[in-house]
Design a protein around this ligand. Structure first.
Ligand code: CTP
Length: 475
């Protein structure tokens, strides 16, 4: 949207009410920050920040009387007030200057003038504001050339970069996030400042870091952000395990691919196919254990045997360290990491029903996500090869559909479970129960016995005998 169209765009009853209230209360009010940037960029945004030159809370109390039926929440500790209107969140705050103590995570916030409020912001494109003063309603204030920088797609700090980043080191990640999300370039001086101040990221809380990391991952081409994180040295500090994927070793003239750049390509490929953050995390972690499992063998060259299992084992620790959720989302990522080679091995040989049943059983509801990951894992530059592999996966997909339609494996449970095995033989949970359970499941998936109660029971009795177990009432 052109800046001259903004006045018309914000001429709504709500903004007019805020404008009139500010005038009656004797303060100046401005729409600031990301909302203004996104208006000019024609991006949707769901929250609107409003700054007044005075107490945001006091003005919010005054305004609330004119917003009949709208509940206003007050956060005294932060000096902010919030309300929702038509699914958009409005935040009111007094103008402030804010700065971080060198080694503290807690910012010191002081009241400031409107000018100070603008220059303490992170980037010129985020320091734009729109006046809600009655006389200047809708006028765009652009003290640092933010509009020009939007046209040039450039991230520039309003003050000396060293000062802006030192005030809040998270801004180093925000710079990279905006570069990745908006396709902007970080101005050279800023880039140099990030490189030299990178260690200050350590004073930022893990939650804020991970929040930005996730936004990078959710951008259209996440590799842009990761490459910047890597070249600035920040990645090494926040996610060292990932940087270990880098590098190519050559022995006897045989090299392996650089797993860092391969992973980034896989991530971009997944991003082209899905907006699911957790599927994208599975792409990031799918080869994470390759450095730990790497071996060179004269016959087969480089191998990474078991990297999928070790990768799955490492997943919870990585999630915990990054303060990512430890719930079903982690389990989903872990499952995809563990299974990411399965469709490949199936697509190589003649696809057997039993292999497909096993895949359906293990992947369950996440089969589609797994197939997206596998298709994205094809990063060859050879188009003929790519076409062939994609065709193979298409066959696996089709076969999965056929087998699922006839056997309904995805949500399937074997006809005899652990409970029944324990009751029959008077066992407590333990090794024997596991052996019998697995034997029944495997035999059905392999097609050796029918998926029926009687057949399963027969096998249970046979296995129990082999293990020397007897039914308690037969003793
Ligand atoms: N801001 C800042 N430094 C930060 C965080 C925020 O200067 N570390 C300022 C910027 O002016 C920013 C505004 O506060 O535009 C609002 O911040 P926030 O809502 O976190 O980000 P947005 O810029 O709105 O972007 P997004 O909504 O995409 O996170």
């Amino acid at each position: 949207m052109k800046p001259e169209e903004i006045r018309h765009h914000i001429d709504t009853p709500l903004f007019r009410t805020i404008s009139k209230a500010a005038s009656d209360y004797g303060v100046s009010a401005f729409i600031v920050g990301g909302y203004v940037r996104d208006l000019i960029l024609d991006r949707e945004s769901k929250d609107i920040d409003i700054v007044v030159d005075g107490s945001g809370i006091d003005f919010a109390h005054f305004l609330s009387e004119r917003l009949q039926g709208t509940k206003v929440n007050y956060f005294k500790n932060f000096g902010t007030a919030m309300f929702r209107h038509n699914d958009i969140e409005y935040e009111l705050v007094g103008a402030r200057k804010e700065s971080y103590k060198r080694d503290s995570r807690k910012p010191i916030v002081e009241d400031g003038t409107l000018e100070e409020d603008r220059e303490r912001r992170d980037f010129t494109i985020n320091a734009l504001s729109i006046s809600l003063d009655e006389k200047a309603f809708g006028e765009v204030i652009d003290p640092f050339g933010g509009i020009q920088h939007i046209t040039e797609k450039l991230l520039v700090t309003p003050l000396e970069p060293a000062i802006t980043y030192s005030d809040d080191p998270l801004r180093m990640m925000r710079a990279i996030r905006f570069a990745s999300q908006l396709g902007f370039r970080i101005e050279d001086r800023s880039f140099e400042a990030i490189k030299s101040q990178k260690d200050r990221i350590k004073i930022v809380s893990q939650e804020r870091i991970t929040d930005e990391l996730n936004k990078i991952i959710l951008s259209d081409k996440p590799s842009v952000g990761f490459k910047l994180l890597n070249t600035t040295g920040i990645l090494e500090l926040i996610f060292p395990k990932f940087t270990q994927l880098q590098g190519v070793e050559v022995r006897k003239g045989i090299g392996h691919k650089d797993n860092f750049y391969h992973t980034l390509k896989v991530l971009d490929n997944v991003a082209d196919r899905s907006n699911d953050l957790w599927l994208r995390w599975a792409a990031i972690l799918h080869d994470i254990a390759k450095p730990d499992t790497k071996q060179f063998d004269k016959k087969s060259g480089w191998t990474f045997h078991g990297h999928e299992d070790l990768g799955a084992k490492l997943t919870p620790g990585i999630f915990r360290g990054l303060k990512l959720p430890m719930d079903q989302k982690m389990k989903f990522v872990q499952k995809l990491v563990r299974l990411h080679l399965r469709p490949i091995s199936l697509s190589k040989k003649e696809v057997s029903d039993s292999g497909i049943r096993r895949l359906l059983f293990d992947a369950g509801e996440d089969l589609d996500s797994l197939m997206i990951l596998c298709e994205s894992d094809i990063t060859s530059k050879n188009e003929v090869k790519v076409k062939k592999f994609l065709g193979n996966f298409q066959r696996v997909r089709l076969k999965c559909k056929e087998v699922e339609e006839s056997d309904k494996i995805k949500n399937w449970q074997p006809p005899i479970g652990g409970e029944e095995i324990m009751n029959t033989f008077g066992l407590k949970p333990g090794r024997e129960v596991g052996i019998i359970k697995t034997a029944i499941r495997e035999a059905i998936l392999e097609g050796e016995i029918k998926n029926e109660y009687e057949a399963a029971k027969g096998l249970m009795m046979q296995k129990a005998q082999e293990l020397g177990l007897r039914e308690p009432n037969n003793i």
